[in-house]
Design a protein around this ligand. Structure first.
Ligand SMILES: C[S@@+](CC[C@H](N)C(=O)[O-])C[C@H]1O[C@@H](n2cnc3c(N)ncnc32)[C@H](O)[C@@H]1O
Length: 201
């Protein structure tokens, strides 16, 4: 099964598998973003984070390869009376813009080692100087927990990996944490995560 089919099937149910409330790491870090920021949310899935950012008055663009996820994101945005710009595309081949966004918010967007550093560099380039990256992912230790995330170690992130991927940025936070997730039926319980806040120079 390819990745698009995997995510379309996962999102092909009525409820929101990661819930409709924003990710907790994003909520904890969002204060760094300027009011009305233009934010790119790659891999926003069913839209909980992009829609919440739009509800905070931000201008949101999301790119995700799951049409099913994007349809649910649109439904959530309509429910809250906000709109987000959405594109259905593979981030590995998407025409990433240069110096366009005030922030990139990437939550549990797990990428393989072949594409991860390339896409992380593209995220940085897509920011205006001074723009922010807010990113959270699962660490290899997550394989010992049943609260969600990819099941292969090559999909998982460490703070050392993120430090290397974002070496050209000013890193304000790059922290490995043990958190309790309560994000819909598929992200629930103790979880080993890494969270990054970085700024384009
Ligand atoms: C674990 S889900 C996270 C969804 C959302 N960020 C959240 O936290 O609720 C990963 C999402 O990334 C998307 N994704 C993964 N790899 C992608 C790629 N190469 N191009 C576009 N979207 C991708 C999937 O379609 C899915 O919606």
């Amino acid at each position: 099964m390819n990745a698009v089919t995997f995510w379309d099937e996962r999102f092909g149910r009525e409820d929101y598998v990661y819930g409709t409330e924003p990710n907790n790491f994003l909520v904890r870090q969002v204060a760094v973003l300027p009011p009305g920021a233009h934010v790119l949310v790659p891999g926003d899935g069913e839209g909980r984070n992009g829609v919440w950012l739009a509800r905070q008055g931000m201008s949101v663009t999301t790119v995700d390869s799951s049409a099913v996820g994007l349809a649910k994101s649109k439904r959530l945005a309509d429910h809250h009376g906000v709109s987000i710009k959405a594109e259905c595309a593979d981030l590995a081949t998407w025409a990433w813009p240069d110096s366009k966004f005030d922030a990139v918010v990437a939550i549990f967007l797990h990428l393989l080692p072949e594409t991860r550093p390339v896409i992380h560099s593209a995220m940085l380039r897509a920011l205006k100087p001074g723009g922010w990256i807010i990113l959270q992912g699962f660490r290899p230790e997550q394989l010992g927990y049943s609260s969600g995330g990819p099941k292969g170690v090559s999909w998982l992130y460490t703070s050392a990996m993120l430090a290397a991927d974002f070496a050209q940025a000013d890193i304000l936070l790059n922290e490995e944490e043990l958190v309790t997730l309560d994000e819909g039926p598929l992200h629930r319980g103790l979880a080993a995560t890494v969270g990054l806040v970085a700024r384009r120079r």
